[in-house]
Design a protein around this ligand. Sequence first.
Ligand SMILES: [Zn+2]
Ligand SMILES: [Zn+2]
Length: 378
Amino acid sequence: MSEKRDYYEVLGVDRNANAEELKTKYRKIAMKHHPDRNPGDKEAEEKFKEAAEAYEVLCNPEKRQMYDQFGHRAFENGGAGQQGGFRDFEDIFSSFGDIFEDFFGFRTGTRGGRTRAQRGADLRYDLTIEFTDAAFGKETELELEKMETCDECRGTGAKPGTAPETCDQCRGTGQFVRTQGFFQVKSVCPKCRGQGKVIKEPCPKCMGRQQVAAKKKVDLKIPAGVDTGSRLRLAGEGEPGVNGGPAGDLYVFLRVKQHDVFERRDNDIVCKVELSFIQASLGDEITVPTLTGEETVKIPQGTQYGDIIKLTNQGIPSLRTGLPGDELVEVVLKTPKNMSKRQEELLREFEKLESEKITSRIKRIFTKSGTSSSKAAK
Ligand SMILES: [Zn+2]
Ligand SMILES: [Zn+2]
């Protein structure tokens, strides 16, 4: 499989192209490589599909945002052997029927306008995951209730052994034509509601609705590095299509739980450690938590409040590049409380030495400046 081209490049637009530009460019490309104009031309066919796939993503604000965020990886989860969600031409035509209708003045690919294939609805699933699952990724299973194509009638809506019959009122066209003066007025056939077919004996399981509600388990691979607000797309796991149309997609919206110890800043993780002012002054070796366990860290002499000790590559991997962030250990200082008499004495002595140090420094400066000014006075 060759490397996938960037969707913006495929359509020849820049990254902030608006919906109108996208549509115009896509129409141009689709017109050029349309299978009706290039029968049997494999390359044109590939180009036509490639453009449809790019347009399908970029014309949908949600998918476009995901693509901008994750690139092609945004849609890898779908599996089921489909790239970008289109199975064949029929699929493309049924998704963008309106656009092709504009080109040719009729709907291509829907075979005469009746029993129009319709894409199933997209579904949303909200999932809360643990902080560490976001950091390392996880494979999990979702259980959802959604409509499925009825297995009893295999989606025809007719009782097994029978088949939908051609509507006698519209003779299968799905349209009802009335003559009004000089005009012919077309409307949707009331008997078959535009389907062109009527079901004499409905399927007992779906009552002719072609679909039934069912519980379904779906495998989900959460990539390492996701964060609250990340969305994963599972192609074809939405509601099933109608009349042979493709299924919609399932979007999983992620929320990442907070961690007891770590706070996330992009791909870095931050944790605070408390040190006594003695430890910070003299230096020490301490154990800090990491995402995988713990690590010993050297505290240098003279560490200050707010200083940050960096543990390189101990953060969360970037969703885009896979490169890990860092762990930042932020120092918080504790001052001693309820000191004993002796401790207090020692601190007072310490303070005395500190102020002597300062006094002698000031004296030195004073003497220096004193001599220089006396020199200048001469
Ligand atoms: Zn009819
Ligand atoms: Zn059924």
